[in-house]
Design a protein around this ligand. Structure first.
Ligand code: PRP
Ligand code: ZN
Ligand code: MG
Length: 225
């Protein structure tokens, strides 16, 4: 799979960004054969390979230069950027385009019986989240002494499980919150999908292919407006 002449694009395997990202690639003329359970998909008409991975892995793959391009939510990207910055790791990337899909918000939500009077109500409380860096930045900006508790999944059950007093998680329809007796209070980050490129120089062939694809992406974006 490591034919370095082929452009490598990371796409979320399944989730909020998958279908729209793949539809966009197809709309700009890239023929793809995606088979279930395979990590890699080769384009049949362009020197392009797709890497189908968890969205959480995409920012790191781009920042480490393992892939050339990626489609990712700004929430995941910003969180990874802050995390890698704090760890002294490579965290550069180039934002090529902002896209009009994958919309969601990262919000503070509390159990229905929690008497929330604004962010200060979180003072001394524990807040479960998968986005501790974004949450701690928010606490700092708001001058509130609260604790972010990192959970990689099932964040919405944390209050019921007695693991945290509140949560900070992604919300799109609100169904998950409602099903868990929680309600949204403060939005801390609004996110959409972005198309990013790794920092540093690419080969001329790769860069000229990207430069050929971008106007086509713009065409698709404009056609939707
Ligand atoms: C997010 C979040 C909730 C859900 C909320 O997870 O963690 O589980 O979406 O959406 P709703 O408001 O429409 O109910 P998602 O699966 O999108 O992301 P993840 O796989 O990175 O956790
Ligand atoms: Zn994720
Ligand atoms: Mg989830």
């Amino acid at each position: 799979m490591s034919d370095s002449n082929r452009l490598r694009i990371a796409v979320q395997k399944s989730g909020r960004l998958s279908d729209d990202s793949i539809a966009l690639l197809k709309a700009i003329g890239i023929k793809l054969q995606i088979r279930d359970r395979l990590l890699i998909a080769h384009s049949t008409n362009q020197p392009i390979d797709l890497l189908l991975v968890r969205d959480d892995d995409i920012p790191g793959l781009v920042m480490d230069g393992v892939v050339d391009l990626g489609f990712i939510g700004e929430n995941e990207l910003e969180e990874k950027m802050l995390e890698r910055q704090a760890a002294g790791k490579q965290h550069e990337y180039i934002e090529l385009r902002r896209l009009d899909y994958g919309g969601c918000r990262l919000s503070i939500a509390v159990p229905n019986e929690f008497n929330y009077q604004g962010v200060q109500s979180l003072a001394g409380k524990k807040v479960a989240t998968t986005y501790p860096f974004l949450l701690e930045r928010f606490f700092k900006e708001q001058n509130v002494e609260a604790k972010a508790v990192m959970l990689t999944g099932s964040v919405e059950v944390a209050p019921r499980a007695g693991v945290a007093d509140a949560i900070c998680d992604l919300v799109s329809t609100g169904a998950t919150l409602e099903a868990n007796g929680l309600h949204e209070e403060d939005v801390i980050f609004r996110s959409k999908a972005v198309f990013i490129q790794r920092a540093g120089e690419l080969t001329e062939a790769k860069q000229s292919l990207i430069n050929k694809l971008l106007p086509r992406i713009d065409g698709v974006i404009q056609a939707k407006e």
